[in-house]
Design a protein around this ligand. Structure first.
Ligand code: GDP
Length: 301
């Protein structure tokens, strides 16, 4: 639905995000590579086109974070997809210990040539400077803390927490930690809703019932079995329209108001929370373009 994001109140691109983009532009010349964190559940929607534009000239590494929440087969497909595009790519869970080492290896592979050139020039000890970027809530603080091996930046569970840029020195690395940033105008409503599903757009500008219904209809399409299992839905219930399904799930959970009506707002909040907490299982909402094409072909043949 077009009402999910309240168009009269689009204030999710506040001034500090504009400032961050300018900061990136000003600092891009000071780094050897750019590491863009993506959310493994929505790799394409979490890829910021503004960041893409600013960092075009630099070696790139995509780090798909929150892989523990995503569908493993699709995560593999996405890693292949990004590597085929000529960029480095690894999938990690920033909360898990080994993830920093994985990323280090990937950076060194991506910068192989540069490191070799520096060694020849006797500059083998030069520090590797990496700009770390990503949308709000993608897990950037968690990742940097893990990489640094100690608590540096405060991980916050809500998007839009403002922080300035800062250099974080770890071993022979200098990480330039940029604040999380979205972009001005979404090219598609699907991108916007995907970002809302994972909590990168502040919930207070969203209609929570629309959001929950959007999630339900996505799930009905791509993971009906997971939805049925979580909420003990029958075949018939799985075919319901999103509003009726929201009501049915609310009723099952006993979320009623006077007169026996379902408290759909409470049901919606519960659904979105449970999705974000991965209670529905490991889910990826987007497939690489080629994969969708192939599947369509298969259906046609
Ligand atoms: P930032 O806004 O990009 O700095 O994101 P944070 O590091 O503050 O993380 C946002 C939320 O995602 C926090 O609740 C983190 O605990 C959580 N988070 C970060 N990385 C992961 C991960 O790999 N897996 C899971 N399940 N949660 C993560």
């Amino acid at each position: 639905s077009n009402d999910m994001i309240n168009r009269r109140n689009i204030q999710w691109f506040p001034g500090h995000m504009m400032k961050t983009l300018r900061l990136m532009e000003a600092n891009i010349k000071n780094v050897d590579a750019v590491l863009q964190l993506l959310d493994a559940r929505i790799p394409m929607s979490s890829l910021n086109p503004e960041i893409q534009r600013i960092t075009e000239q630099k070696p790139r590494l995509y780090v798909m974070n929150k892989a523990d929440l995503a569908d493993p087969a699709l995560t593999n497909a996405w890693v292949k997809y990004f590597r085929a595009s000529g960029a480095g790519c690894v999938a990690i869970s920033a909360k898990q210990k080994g993830s920093a080492a994985q990323v280090r290896t990937a950076i060194e592979k991506e910068l192989e040539d540069l490191i070799a050139r520096r060694a020849i020039k006797g500059m083998g000890g030069a520090r590797i400077r990496v700009m770390v970027v990503g949308i709000p809530n993608v897990g950037k603080s968690t990742f940097i803390n893990n990489f640094a091996g100690q608590v540096r930046a405060k991980a916050a569970d809500r998007p839009g927490v403002t922080r300035g840029k800062q250099w974080v020195t770890v071993g022979n690395y200098d990480l330039l930690d940029m604040p999380g940033v979205l972009w001005k105008k979404f090219d598609s409503l699907e991108t916007a809703t995907n970002l809302a599903f994972i909590g990168s757009i502040k919930d207070d500008i969203l209609d929570i019932e629309e959001l929950a219904m959007g999630l339900l209809s996505q799930m009905q399409k791509i993971y009906p079995e997971k939805l049925a299992e979580r909420y003990k839905l029958s075949e018939e219930q799985l075919q319901l329209g999103p509003w009726e399904l929201l009501e049915a799930i609310g009723r099952k959970r006993g979320m009623l108001i006077s007169g026996g009506e379902v408290n759909t707002e409470r049901a919606a909040i519960m659904l979105v929370d449970e999705f974000r907490a991965s209670k529905w299982g490991r889910i990826t909402l987007e497939k690489p373009y080629q994969m969708e094409q192939t599947q369509e072909q298969e259906v046609q043949e």
